[in-house]
Design a protein around this ligand. Structure first.
Ligand code: SAM
Length: 291
């Protein structure tokens, strides 16, 4: 006999595994483009380091760390007296992050596979927790925020960065939005899922979630920042295709239209290319709360 709790746990585990598999498929591309992505998202790193008030000597947890950006920047800033625990649901992401840490010969980092909604750490043990471009993908973001608050020392700060509205993201309007137009032409409806990248596109929703999770002084604001892609429109598109969901969208477009769709993406990106970089701009949401 299967009890309701067991059935529920099995459903949760199955949905986590689906999410995990989705990210596993992007590990290779994320590793491949890691170095360029560090430059591309530097403004987001600056924003989260500032919002978390990171200082030398701190003990920091980075949640949903991906291939190690901004975890490496955190580790360099906290220095050898500090420590950064790098976590992600997907252990394959952490293998790539570990490679990056070795490249910088960092000795103040450790890695642990961890679901943000159930962090495997004691209460009150970190000075700060960071989560860049992660929270919008968690099915239960307030639960993840509660976990962040639980593991923080009293007075410790959680800081988060999310993408702003897709219409204010030049990387999206030049790539994924172009593909979506093809899909609309095919009359196939696409609704944003709750766990997609736009969930916290407005500052109010992030501040509200921080408050609901019990943080003091929940705060969030929108900012417009530059995210230059340090390369050609072609490799920017390849990064979005293989690491940010472009391939899935392209796959939904009728086969005979795909080459034309990609041509349109490259034309849209080329408008912002000056021969050296694709000068993209985006709105982000930066938020923080105190434990
Ligand atoms: C867009 S990437 C962000 C990576 C990195 N923080 C950055 O800013 O580039 C999102 C990350 O969230 C991770 N992730 C998704 N669901 C998660 C969960 N429930 N718990 C922890 N990590 C999760 C994915 O494996 C992926 O590495």
């Amino acid at each position: 006999m299967v009890f309701p709790n067991q059935a529920r746990a099995a459903r949760v585990a199955a949905s986590k595994e689906t999410v995990r598999q989705g990210w596993v498929g992007r590990v290779h591309a994320r590793g491949k483009w890691h170095a360029k992505n560090v430059i591309h998202t530097r403004a987001l790193t600056t924003a989260i380091l500032e919002a978390a008030g990171i200082r030398p000597g701190m003990n920091v947890l980075d949640v949903a760390a991906g291939t190690g950006d901004p975890a490496i920047a955190l580790a360099r800033l906290v220095g050898t007296r500090g420590h950064v625990t790098v976590t992600d649901l997907v252990s394959e992401m952490l293998e790539a992050a570990e490679g990056e840490a070795k490249r910088y010969k960092l000795t103040n980092v450790s890695f642990k596979q961890a679901d943000a909604e159930s962090l495997p750490f004691d209460d009150n043990c970190f000075d700060a927790v960071t989560c860049r471009l992660g929270i919008m993908f968690f099915p239960h973001p307030v639960q993840a925020l509660r976990e962040m608050r639980r593991i923080l020392k009293p007075g410790g700060r959680a800081a988060l960065v999310t993408w702003g509205p897709p219409a204010r993201n030049l990387r999206t309007t030049t790539t994924l939005a172009v593909l979506r137009k093809f899909l609309e032409r095919q009359a196939s409806q696409r609704n944003f899922r709750k766990s997609d990248g736009n969930r916290f596109a407005f500052a109010g929703t992030l501040a509200e979630a921080l408050g609901e999770a019990g943080f003091r002084k929940p705060w969030a604001e929108s900012r417009t920042v530059q995210i230059p892609w340090p390369g050609s429109p072609e490799d920017c598109w390849e990064r979005v295709r293989d690491a940010s969901g472009g391939a899935q969208l392209l796959g939904q477009i009728a086969e005979e239209d795909r080459a034309e769709a990609v041509r349109k993406v490259l034309t849209a990106l080329a408008v912002y290319h000056d021969g050296k970089q694709v000068s993209l701009q985006v709105d982000i949401v930066v938020g923080s709360g105190i434990s």
